[in-house]
Design a binder for this molecule. Structure first.
Ligand code: ZN
Ligand code: ZN
Length: 411
């Protein structure tokens, strides 16, 4: 890449995350959560946000080294706490209608030598403290977006044979392609993409399947969908009716399962990077929604701790369909980053569900539970898509209709 061109692409990417991602409005506050390694790009985004009318841009910085230092040297008591002022601040901002942008930059193997118990305790405490804030984002009451920028470590994991500098450049190149930033008019390209996803959403909502059936090597799984469920994808609207894009990139359409309606076995098709630990070659067996057995060739303890966080972590909260020819999948790369890998692959998530119902806004949390929505402190996506995955839709009458064959849409 020539430098001038690179600068221009960075600028366009910043435009896309501000205008399509959070779609910042005049007078709105923006909270950015990012690692210090992303500071250059955060500065660019901040400028774009003010130019687009933001009132205040705030920051929550993270740093891998400091995280590891804490996990290595802080006392056990440290992990039983989460700063209340931070949780209150996030909730307050959400109440005031701020927008939220989070940078997902994987910290690969960062915590591999840390006692998994410490990580699990902290994870749970943090999730509890941030529960109210998370409800604002997961039910789309506020505008939020998750994006990624390369770090040297991440880039080296994706491109292990390249020198660090080349790896970072190559990863930026991929990000520009997959976020449509390399196209002449990225904003228009996103609108077109949004329409294509909307077509699939409309089809699935018209069909209102009772169940989905997944078949692939190591997978034979039936997932019941709740009455009145809605497929969504390609962007949401906040409670003020403003469009935003929760993930950049995004290639999925998704809904929620009936908590107790999942049966059979499913094998993951990509490794899962969870809290700085890699879980590989794993599978789950479900009975009436509950994980009754699981296997993992690597990261077994991490996976065990994850599903033991609370009751809901033993049930599913998301069903997402992504064709195997999605741009992310066509890149042929394994990103070790859920934001990218989940857009290459059909996926499911353990834990908290999004309230994807046609009448979702009017439902109380009791109604949601009655309809089968899972609740948990965690929401962790794992990939099940491949070129060998077949998915069928099963109608109310028991008719079986093919949806994906060899990982590709056949509708
Ligand atoms: Zn998803
Ligand atoms: Zn998810």
């Amino acid at each position: 890449m020539k430098m001038a061109h690179f600068e221009e692409l960075l600028d366009r990417y910043a435009d896309v995350v501000v205008k399509i991602g959070v779609n910042i409005q005049e007078g709105q506050d923006l909270m950015i959560t990012a690692p210090i390694s992303a500071a250059d790009f955060v500065r660019r985004v901040t400028k774009k946000a003010y130019l687009a009318g933001a009132k205040n841009v705030y920051f929550r910085w993270g740093d891998d080294d400091l995280t590891l230092t804490r996990y290595t040297y802080a006392p056990d008591e440290s992990f039983k706490e989460f700063p209340q002022w931070e949780a209150d601040g996030m909730t307050k901002l959400a109440e005031q209608g701020a927008a939220f942008m989070s940078f997902l930059v994987p910290s690969l193997d960062l915590l591999k030598d840390v006692d998994p118990e410490r990580i699990a305790v902290q994870q749970k405490v943090a999730a509890k403290a941030l529960e109210t804030y998370r409800q604002y984002t997961m039910s789309d009451r506020v505008s939020w977006t998750v994006i990624s920028v390369p770090s040297e470590k991440w880039a080296k994991k994706v491109f292990p044979n390249l020198a660090p500098e080349q790896a970072v450049e190559k990863l930026w190149e991929q990000i520009f392609i997959l976020t449509r930033v390399n196209q002449d008019d990225p904003v228009a390209a996103w609108q077109k993409h949004q329409e294509a996803l909307a077509e699939k959403v409309a089809y699935m909502n018209r069909k209102a399947y009772k169940k989905l059936h997944y078949k692939a090597p190591g997978t034979d799984l039936t997932i019941e969908l709740p009455e009145g469920h809605a497929w969504v994808g390609g962007g949401g609207k906040n409670e003020k009716g403003i469009d935003f894009m929760a993930n950049i990139p995004t290639e999925e359409i998704f809904t929620l399962p009936v908590k107790t309606g999942v049966n059979g076995t499913v094998s993951a098709t990509k490794p899962l990077n969870y809290n700085g630990n890699l879980i590989e070659n794993f599978s789950f067996t479900f009975k009436d929604g509950k994980i009754i057995d699981f296997k993992a060739e690597a990261g077994y303890e991490t996976l065990k701790k994850l599903i033991e966080i609370d009751e809901g972590a033993r049930y599913l909260g998301e069903v997402a369909l992504v064709p195997h020819d999605s741009p992310v999948s066509q890149s042929g790369l394994l990103f070790y980053n859920a934001l990218y890998d989940e857009n290459a692959s059909c996926h499911l998530a353990i834990g908290q569900a999004y309230p994807c119902f046609k009448d979702g806004a009017s439902l109380t949390s009791e109604d949601l539970e009655k309809r089968g929505m899972n609740k948990s402190l965690v929401h962790v996506d794992f990939m099940v898509g491949s070129d060998q995955l077949d998915v069928d839709g099963i109608t109310e009458n028991g008719d079986v209709e093919p949806l994906l064959r060899g990982g590709l849409w056949v509708i």
